[in-house]
Design a protein around this ligand. Structure first.
Ligand code: AMP
Ligand code: MG
Length: 494
């Protein structure tokens, strides 16, 4: 381990901090400092996140920045705080929660900067305020992978680690993820102020979200020109689009509690998530989800249920129940249309049509019946459309039921005949990724990192940032999961 100079008292990176959340006042957060992380080291850094956030990539090699992003010194201009929120967890009202281990440093270039795993806060409840290396690497890679896929998500600037022990089921080591998002406000923030009888703060929060993130809601002539109804409708639309995107790439969130639902429709709080290997609509990716509440096929409905919790929390602002219901019910139109559009694109059609519906339903049934690998199927299909002769039997070989897939391929070819093949294949190769962050890939990066080899994290990041590119040197990462992948158990514990 190379020598690390001691942390400075404070570090001035000449960043222009604009800490808008901190203006909300003391009902919204507690000011505090991160808990220092002993002898930190870099585990992973995202130059692309740094560039997009207007940070100098070179900082992600600097020892002072390593200290600052591990919570060991103040970044001048930041105003560290932990926010309070509440939420419904696994369908039950859970009361007050809050940032139990994520500390918001403030906002730079329109992005909030959070240190996740940076120590105890007043909202840590029974937890230790820490995150372990394993879950931090998963969050880091998943954030950047989802961004690479084009799915709305929080970003991750870096992960720093330490040999400091953290107790979970076994003894593990601590890590901190620096994550970025225009806002980390959750449905649970609204629920907090509604269900704790704080209508003034609820209104302040809603106005804050509208002013900074949904200004168009003030001018929206629909919804009786009520900006709060317009906000509920806008969040409904973004959430529906996000979940449709999840379904189209086979992403399963794992803990869709209302405290993990972003008011901006971003994927946040990566815990026991999974990119599916074999297609199984009933797949439950979270070992702690014993009732299967968050099974893959249930996620669109859960999103809708969660939006109702948000609508309920906004009732003091909306007043008329039928207005809230009308805004929420747009989900029933937006979600299926978004899903149909994404699935049509996976099939190479630039627009969703009624005629695609049976095709989509049938292929999902065949994939489920034969437990076909979701990502590999769509990628092989894309190559088959691009060059059927070269692709040969690569698609039908994935299925046990050959007559069924042959029939399907025939119907598909007939519909595709109206589209120029080059165009369809182009669209498909940009829509159906070659690489996703499968559990076993994350696991390889984690195991290497535990042995202080961080090269797998870096290499995986490079591939996942551009998941539609071929990266021939890493073909193995696009292959079928090994048998041991099924044994990886991912729970809420992180
Ligand atoms: P999650 O299921 O990770 O979204 O966490 C639910 C709540 O528990 C959130 O308010 C977290 O901040 C909090 N929490 C989770 N893990 C810890 C931990 N290790 N220490 C303190 N709080 C935690
Ligand atoms: Mg959470």
């Amino acid at each position: 381990m190379s020598y690390l100079p001691p942390a400075p008292d404070a570090l001035d990176l000449n960043l222009r901090w604009n800490n808008r959340f901190a203006i909300l006042g003391e009902a919204f957060f507690e000011s505090l400092s991160p808990t220092p992380l002993p002898a930190p080291y870099w585990v992973g850094t995202s130059a692309s996140a740094a560039r997009d956030a207007g940070w100098d990539e070179a900082w992600l090699q600097h020892p002072d920045v390593l200290h600052a992003l591990s919570g060991n010194c103040l970044l001048l201009g930041s105003q560290p705080l932990a926010s309070v929120y509440s939420g419904h967890q696994f369908g039950q009202w859970a009361g007050q929660l809050g940032d139990g281990r994520a500390i918001l440093l403030g906002e730079v270039n329109g992005l909030e900067v959070q240190l996740k795993g940076a120590g105890l806060t007043p909202f840590s409840r029974m937890g230790d305020g820490r995150a372990v290396l394993r879950s931090s690497i998963r969050e880091f890679l998943a954030s950047e992978a989802m961004h690479g896929l084009g799915v709305p998500t929080s970003r991750a600037l870096c992960v720093t680690g330490s040999d400091a022990p953290v107790r979970r089921e076994t003894l593990e080591t601590a890590a901190v993820v620096t994550r970025l998002a225009p806002s980390f406000i959750r449905f649970g923030h609204f629920e907090h102020f509604c269900h704790h009888g704080m209508p003034g703060e609820l209104k302040t929060l809603a106005n804050f979200v509208i002013d900074h993130h949904y200004p168009e809601c003030r001018q929206d002539p629909r919804w009786n020109a009520n900006p709060y109804v317009a906000l509920l409708a806008a969040v409904t639309a973004r959430t529906a689009e996000m979940v449709a995107h999840w379904q189209a790439v086979g992403f399963c969130h794992g803990v869709m509690n209302t405290d993990n639902m972003s008011i901006l429709g971003l994927t946040i709080d990566y815990g026991p998530f999974q990119f599916m290997d074999a297609y199984d609509p009933g797949h439950i990716c979270n070992h702690s989800d014993t009732s299967g509440r968050y099974a893959f096929y249930k996620q669109p409905n859960v999103a809708y249920w969660n939006l109702f919790c948000l609508g309920q929390a906004m009732m003091p602002l909306i007043e008329e129940q039928e207005h809230a219901i009308a805004a929420l019910e747009t989900f029933k139109d937006i979600y299926p249309r978004a899903f149909a559009r994404r699935m049509a694109a996976k099939l190479g059609f630039d627009q969703a049509r009624e005629a695609h519906k049976p095709l989509i339903e049938d292929i999902l049934k065949l994939l489920a019946a034969d437990k076909v690998d979701f990502t590999i199927f769509w990628r092989r299909l894309s190559h088959w459309v691009a060059d059927p002769a070269a692709a040969g039997d690569s698609v039908r070989d994935l299925f046990l039921n050959r007559p069924a897939i042959d029939t399907w391929l025939l119907s598909y070819s007939e519909l595709l005949a109206h589209t120029p093949p080059g165009l369809a294949a182009d669209l498909m190769l940009k829509t159906n990724p070659k690489y996703v962050l499968r559990n076993h890939l994350g696991e390889q990066a984690i195991q290497a990192a535990k042995a202080k080899d961080f090269s797998v994290v870096a290499d995986l990041l490079k591939v996942l940032e551009r998941p539609y590119d071929e990266h021939p040197a890493h073909d193995a990462w696009a292959g079928f999961p090994p048998d041991w992948a099924a044994q990886i158990s991912i729970s809420c514990s992180s």
